[in-house]
Design a protein around this ligand. Structure first.
Ligand SMILES: [Zn+2]
Ligand SMILES: [Zn+2]
Ligand SMILES: [Zn+2]
Length: 385
């Protein structure tokens, strides 16, 4: 049966709150509220669908909740800009009561009101975790996250009484957890600060050779995640990073990024390629390929079997500098997070294919429940209503 599959994929279902959908926008006609943790494709399934748009238009009070920054990104992203009026931005670290649409005529009379707090998740611009509190208990959805060891103690949202930290942390019933690197091969990663320091040193060294020496950050696809680096390049080297027209359209309205980026191809540092990087394609940027240094930020590559790189932060792979830079928590960071919050159970919303539920249970020392199949959950939902 589907729910027994080891590789059950998270499809937006929060078992305790069956009338919402998180990071999944297909088949949401019966949902009463939608949540988007951040703008990465694996969390946006169906967000561009006609069905979703139609449902939003016809159901008053039906919204997609996200962070202010995520709303800004989607508003400037042509594919999603029409969703603008249906996006409700939630202020970071604030608890908000969610008003559900009046859908009682559809058999949802027993719907519960609940509160949500958005907490920064350290993954990419605008990324947040959602803490849901209601008669169903206290449920945390981490989205994708990179939280340093011990840092979750600092978030007020987790404190029983923020003005009396000695009272300890809230009891969390269930964490829907980013287990992307819940595996022995990803025990530790350098902190993002170390990865950035190493990268800045590479850049600074290279471009000091001559004004013709250029650097290209080779990024995967259109994804977001390296923006922290652009801000640091600008802050420390006073150089703006050349980016694509698509990204410029989005970044220009994000206050912390606006000054770090440029559409001038004469700058020394570039992140203008999307998809496969061909230096020829960007010839106005790189006239002399012998004076071009390519830096690729990767995590999976460093973990691949047989690489034997011992998690060195920089590895020279045939002229390409591979910098180990993770947007997700390492195994030790995940373990620390779970140890501090002590939830009753955990559901992995992403995990390595080869890692079983039992293995995660053992690594986290906590009960693990795999995500529920969306269609199976609908039967539960009808029982619930
Ligand atoms: Zn992500
Ligand atoms: Zn993801
Ligand atoms: Zn360029």
């Amino acid at each position: 049966m589907a729910q027994d599959s080891e590789d059950q994929i998270f499809q937006g279902v929060i078992n305790e709150i069956p009338f919402i959908s998180v990071d999944y926008f297909l088949d949401v006609q019966s949902s009463l509220a939608l949540f988007l943790s951040h703008c990465h494709a694996d969390h946006m399934k169906g967000l561009d669908s006609h069905d979703l748009y139609q449902t939003l238009q016809t159901k008053p009070g039906f919204f997609i909740y996200c962070s202010e920054k995520t709303k800004q990104i989607l508003t400037d992203w042509p594919t999603y800009s029409k969703l603008g009026r249906y996006l409700k931005a939630l202020e970071l670290n604030h608890t908000v009561k969610i008003d559900l649409p009046d859908d009682s005529c559809n058999g949802n009379a027993n719907k519960t009101t609940f509160c949500v707090t958005t907490i920064p998740s350290g993954h990419c611009p605008g990324s947040v975790m959602f803490l849901y509190e209601g008669s169903f208990g206290t449920i945390l959805y981490t989205g994708d996250f990179r939280i340093a060891k011990g840092d979750c103690r600092k978030f007020q949202a987790f404190m029983s009484n923020p003005s009396r930290p000695e009272y300890g942390l809230k009891t969390i019933d269930h964490v829907y957890l980013d287990c992307t690197f819940c595996t022995d091969s990803a025990k530790t990663f350098p902190s993002r600060q170390i990865s950035v320091d190493v990268t800045i040193a590479l850049v600074s060294n290279w471009i000091s050779k001559s004004p013709e020496h250029k650097v290209l950050f080779s990024l995967a696809g259109r994804g977001f995640g390296a923006e922290f680096l652009f801000v640091e390049v600008h802050r420390r080297l006073n150089i703006q990073v050349h980016i694509s027209e698509f990204k410029h359209k989005i970044y220009k309205n994000l206050t912390d990024l606006r000054n770090a980026i440029s559409r001038q191809h004469t700058t020394s540092v570039h992140a203008c390629g999307e998809g496969t990087v061909s230096t020829k394609k960007h010839s106005p940027c790189f006239k002399d390929s012998s004076k071009l240094l390519t830096i690729r930020l990767t995590t999976q590559w460093h973990l691949m079997e047989g690489k034997n790189v011992d998690h060195r932060v920089v590895v020279d792979e045939g002229g390409i500098q591979r910098v180990l830079y993770s947007m997700h928590s390492s195994l030790e960071e995940i373990q620390d997070f779970v140890k501090i919050l002590q939830p009753y159970k955990v559901t992995p919303i992403a995990k390595p294919n080869k890692v079983s539920k039992e293995k995660i249970q053992q690594l986290l020392n906590c009960e693990v429940v795999l995500p529920v199949n969306r269609f199976l959950s609908r039967e539960n939902y009808e029982d619930y209503s």
